[in-house]
Ligand binder design. Sequence first.
Ligand code: KPL
Length: 297
Amino acid sequence: MKITVLGCGALGQLWLASLFKQRHEVQGWLRVPQPFCHVNLVETDGSVFNQTLIANDPDFLASSELLLVTLKAWQVSDAVKALAGKLPTNCPILLLHNGMGTLEELGALHQPLLSGATTHAARRDNNIIIHVANGITHIGPGNAAGNDFSFLADMLHHALPEIAWHDNILAANWKKLAVNCVINPLTALYNCPNGKLRHHQSEVNEICHEVARVMEREGHHTTAEDLIYYVGKVIESTAENISSMLQDVRVERHTEIDYITGYLLQRARAHGLSVPVNSRLYEQIKRKENEYERSST
Ligand code: KPL
């Protein structure tokens, strides 16, 4: 298949390498146009993938059969809207990022949209990407036109297992949102790896109670206890991880809080629910982010 990967950060490079190894035709698409992108990846088994791949080729884009978007949530809408007119109208667009809200922002798009989230962990170490841990990528239709693309799950599974197809991806997205509402802001505020949240169980519980109430109103049956159990399992399985939000805060980068806790607050408001613990966390992260963003301008 002919695939353009939009965003060549850690996750983008992991996908580029994995798809290339399966003999797909791939190109990277970078914000600052460049004819090539270098992929330098250390796999979980220590093997190294080092290749220079083409990038930002408009002819390649115009004949792509999949656009895989691995940007941060807040970069997605503008970047996808800028490319959509140059993509075939039947080319599926798969969004893989933390948080929710981009499907609403891209509601007017003609292309089939797919949405997903991954638990693969990859991080940048200078110019090298380290695939820290294998995981599962959950994908499913993000608009009506995306319903017919379950065959992509098989293709992607061969490149970077595991892939799980969900006819109702929103339920999976909400579960991941619950995880991110807990782990991301708390680790960013306590400046700690995920596993240290074992010592903050009462806050974890409070966040999950609020998320569960919003999820119920959104029509996704769950309980606070289910979420607490699930989040606890992720805290244990990613105990050594530095969450993406803490990584962002450490290098003073814009965080995904608006698409994580911010999305929860937006949906809570729409249902007339108050979520004071999440509201406080949102404000604390925004204050931190504003401090460094203001001092850099
Ligand atoms: O998605 C993550 C992130 O860091 O953004 C978790 C699951 C919390 C793993 O660190």
